[in-house]
Design a protein around this ligand. Structure first.
Ligand code: C2E
Ligand code: CA
Ligand code: CA
Length: 563
């Protein structure tokens, strides 16, 4: 047995060593005289017993005891506190701090020491047992035995807590209730063992759809619940629900059985549906039954309006996928006019696709493309197509137009974007300086670190960067400074024609003066009337774009009018 004696009194230490040598205990003894030394030897040696003097210089025995108890590797070390004082209070506080026994120094002899050590070891193992069973009881109360997920009790408690937190932080939360389709059939036909294994397999698949920060519970039977917090929008919840349903599509192999098991999901939102746990559960439940009765293996929002928007977006998303595979997208080009010469100096590429002869509006389908991340592929197509077109014009006209291409914030997370731009430029012999990427301020603010890096990389390629829709969002000068921006596009809503008389003139004037003072290029968008034009000329805006000159045009139209 390894024993450590911590005592600053040499005579006392000798007394203890003598007592130990007279006992039946076979031991190695290490002696130190202060807390810091004790910590040093404890760091590299495992001791079975520490005989610890209460009164030590600098730091007393209790301090060592507390440090020792916080070291996980020392849980098998028992501590017997010793003091010259017979005071009960001292003994009690030592035991409370984690000592297994207490000895009065003047009473130490071989028999008492041997008994104290034996008692302390028994007590230590009982304490460990108690701790273990305590943890087990707590787990039983909070965990579902079969899947290891949180149980209903724990889920309810946590949901209450989360709702309060989200309200304080003014963020959104979604409750998803998930019910397996035809689970009863599995239980009845294959038996409960197979049913149990299916539940475990389902749990695994659903877990793989989550980030890990969500609260995920099995409420009982084949019913599961998930709480999603800090939602950007309701559609983040639908994305998770969609992923879960997709993850359950593939049949499960359980024993010798192949079992298909879909799920129906109901979604309720807090605060928009309710801020009350019971009500949220009720609404999610109603939504879940709606999913079931609508044909299972799908999800529903409680709020009908949400469902409508979701279905609409879902339709658009499918149309976009279709357009992408069928190469149905095309670009229109809106001329950018030089104020000085009145001639075309560039174009902005604007994407379109038609359904049944009707041109679809990008301000409706682009947000859907962003949410589904289809914008990454669509955006790459736009870059290729626009560069290809510029190259064609260059060959025909020898012109040096600039091509402006809109970039979405999501595209700034596309790790292959730089390579794509680079290779496209090379393939079509286009100089990087002829391409101008348009970003909005919001794009600069999303995922700042990555997007900043990406914007700098684009700029390093030699492409220009312009800030689109300036004057609608934050319009912060700091952004103009922090990013490598060449041009600012003043938003069309600031033009006199867009607003009641004289409402915006001072604002527009102020913005333009500010941008010019930073020596940045200005483009005024949405020039519709002579009044817009004259104001911009007066302000010294050097480039202009708008219906006054032309709407976005097809290649043919543009060539006919300008070349
Ligand atoms: P934006 O980048 O601000 O594009 C300018 C929009 O203003 C275009 O709408 C254009 O047709 C319209 N416009 C031009 N001149 C005038 C005018 O004088 N008056 C008025 N009222 N409007 C004018 P469009 O083509 O419908 O595009 C809407 C938005 O969709 C774009 O706004 C842009 O944010 C996005 N978008 C379009 N194409 C793409 C694309 O290829 N990629 C990405 N990421 N976004 C795109
Ligand atoms: Ca634009
Ligand atoms: Ca714009």
């Amino acid at each position: 047995m390894n024993i450590l004696i911590v005592d600053d009194d040499r005579i006392d230490r000798e007394t203890i060593v003598r007592a130990l040598s007279r006992s039946d205990i076979l031991c190695n003894i290490t002696q130190v005289d202060m807390v810091d030394r004790a910590l040093e030897v404890l760091a590299h040696t495992a001791f079975d017993v520490v005989l610890l003097d209460y009164n030590l210089p600098q730091r007393n025995g209790i301090e060592l005891l507390i440090e020792l108890k916080s070291m996980p590797a020392k849980e098998n070390t028992v501590v017997i506190m010793m003091s010259t004082s017979k005071e009960d209070k001292l003994a009690i506080s030592s035991i409370n701090a984690g000592a297994q026994d207490f000895l009065v120094k003047t009473e130490i002899n071989a028999f008492r020491l041997q008994r104290a050590i034996a008692n302390a070891q028994v007590r230590a193992s009982l304490e460990k047992e108690l701790l273990r069973s305590h943890q087990r009881t707590k787990e039983l109360a909070e965990r579902d035995n079969l899947t290891g997920l949180a149980n209903r009790y724990y889920f309810d408690e946590s949901l209450c807590h989360e709702i309060k937190k989200q309200q304080r932080e003014q963020s959104n939360l979604a409750l998803l209730l998930i019910d397996l389709d035809y689970f009863k059939f599995v239980n009845d036909n294959y038996g409960h063992d197979i049913g149990d294994q299916l539940l475990i397999a389902v749990t695994k698949r659903i877990t793989s759809c989550l980030r890990g920060s969500e609260l995920f519970a099995r409420l009982g039977g084949d019913e599961f619940a998930i709480t999603l917090t800090n939602l950007e929008s309701a559609f983040s919840a639908s994305n998770v629900a969609k992923r879960i349903i997709e993850s359950l599509q593939k049949p499960f192999e359980i024993g010798s059985h192949i079992i298909s098991s879909g799920a129906s999901i109901g979604i309720a939102l807090c605060p928009s549906d309710s801020t009350n746990v019971k009500e949220l559960f009720k609404y999610a439940d109603i939504a879940m039954y709606r999913s079931k009765s609508d044909g299972r293996n799908q999800f529903c929002f409680f709020e009908a309006k949400m469902q409508e928007i979701f279905l609409e977006n879902f339709l658009i998303e499918n149309q976009l996928r279709h357009a992408l595979t069928n190469n149905d997208f095309y670009l229109l080009y809106q001329p950018v006019i030089s104020s000085k010469s009145g001639k075309i100096i560039g174009v902005e590429a604007l994407i379109r696709f038609d359904i049944e002869g009707l041109s679809q509006r990008p301000d409706i389908f682009i947000p859907v493309a962003e949410k589904s991340r289809l914008i990454i592929d669509i955006g790459r197509w736009v870059i290729t197509e626009a560069v290809k077109q510029l190259s064609a014009w260059q060959g025909k006209q020898g012109s040096t137009l600039t091509m402006s291409i809109n970039l979405s914030s999501i595209q700034l997370t596309d790790e292959g974007l730089i390579e794509h731009i680079k290779s496209t430029l090379i393939a079509h012999h286009i100089d990087a300086s002829q391409i101008e990427f348009e970003l909005t301020e919001t794009a600069l603010l999303v995922e700042q670190e990555n997007s900043t890096k990406m914007i700098h990389n684009i700029s390093h390629l030699g492409c220009k960067i312009s800030l689109d829709d300036f004057g609608t969002g934050f319009s912060s000068i700091s952004h103009l400074h922090r990013f490598p921006i060449n041009t600012v596009k003043v938003d069309k809503s600031l033009m006199p024609s867009a607003l009641p008389k004289d409402n915006t003139k001072p604002f527009l004037t102020g913005l333009v003066v500010m941008i010019q003072s930073l020596e940045l290029d200005v483009i005024a968008e949405g020039i519709e009337t002579e009044i817009d034009l004259n104001l911009c000329l007066k302000l010294g805006v050097n480039k202009m774009q708008g219906y006054y000159f032309d709407k976005p045009l097809s290649v043919n139209e543009l060539e006919n009018r300008y070349f």
